[in-house]
Design a protein around this ligand. Structure first.
Ligand SMILES: [Zn+2]
Length: 253
């Protein structure tokens, strides 16, 4: 079917995930083209249940917090001596990502296995297969970008981690699916928090006019039913949890 995207959450966990949850990773596919958004701890193994990582059109990293990028360390080994040997993967992320990874895991292999590019909110990026990436800088800790993928009339927006802001509703305007964090659960958010409550996520979804809100990245201690209810009340539309391994077909909003 033309102009179709699918979204498969690979990991939906918080920075310390619940048992059974991996950290942040979402696979978006259109036709034969697959793009991975974030690659947190425990996700490379699960990702391989969906796609051969060396076949990804790109790995897009929202920000440098380890729960969003640390499995690039494992992917490097996979690319150097494992099944990915001889291939190269495009990694698009914040400035300083390669240097942070190399400082942690050593310098070898990064440039042989990956092509690093910097996310740039002023430029749309063609990822192949009709998928186009745009992004916007959102308030969090360090350079953090929300990411939108469009393929024809279908689009997915991933809010990354962020405090409430006016940028994400604009980026997500009209998306079929908004994937939004709700680290703060039912709230209230902790003083100085750089994360969303479920109600914050719902309000962003309403302002953006998205077709569906998928909640993710909820801190383990929050009541899940109350959190989901708070997002539904604030959005007034279709809200569900993003569930690991469950593919969602992205319909136009
Ligand atoms: Zn973060």
């Amino acid at each position: 079917m033309p102009h179709t995207l699918t979204l498969t959450p690979v990991g939906v966990g918080f920075a310390y995930a619940r048992p059974g949850e991996a950290q942040s990773c979402y696979l978006v596919a259109g036709g034969e083209t697959a793009v991975c958004l974030d690659l947190g701890s425990g996700t490379l193994n699960r990702l391989q249940q969906q796609v051969a990582p060396e076949r990804l059109a790109a790995v897009v990293i929202s920000h440098r917090h380890s729960d969003h990028c640390v499995d690039l360390v494992s992917l490097r080994v996979y690319m150097m001596v494992g099944p990915g040997r001889g291939s190269r993967v495009r990694v698009i992320g914040p400035p300083g990502l390669r240097e942070q990874l190399a400082a942690f895991a050593g310098a070898d292999g990064w440039d042989e296995s990956f092509t690093f590019e910097i996310l740039d909110p002023s430029t749309a990026v063609d990822l192949g297969g009709g998928i186009v990436l745009t992004c916007a800088r959102v308030p969090h800790s360090g350079p953090t970008h929300a990411i939108r993928l469009d393929r024809g009339a279908a689009s997915v927006t991933y809010g990354a981690d962020c405090a409430p802001n006016d940028v994400l509703p604009a980026l997500a305007a009209g998306s079929g699916v908004l994937l939004a964090e709700c680290s703060e659960g039912v709230g209230p958010a902790a003083a100085g928090s750089t994360h969303l409550t479920a109600a914050d996520a719902g309000r962003i979804a309403r302002r953006a006019g998205v077709g569906r809100l998928l909640l993710t990245h909820c801190a383990p201690e929050h009541d899940r039913d109350a959190t989901l209810a708070a997002a539904r009340e604030a959005f007034g539309g279709d809200v569900e949890w993003a569930r690991q391994g469950e593919e969602v077909v992205v319909s136009p909003a």
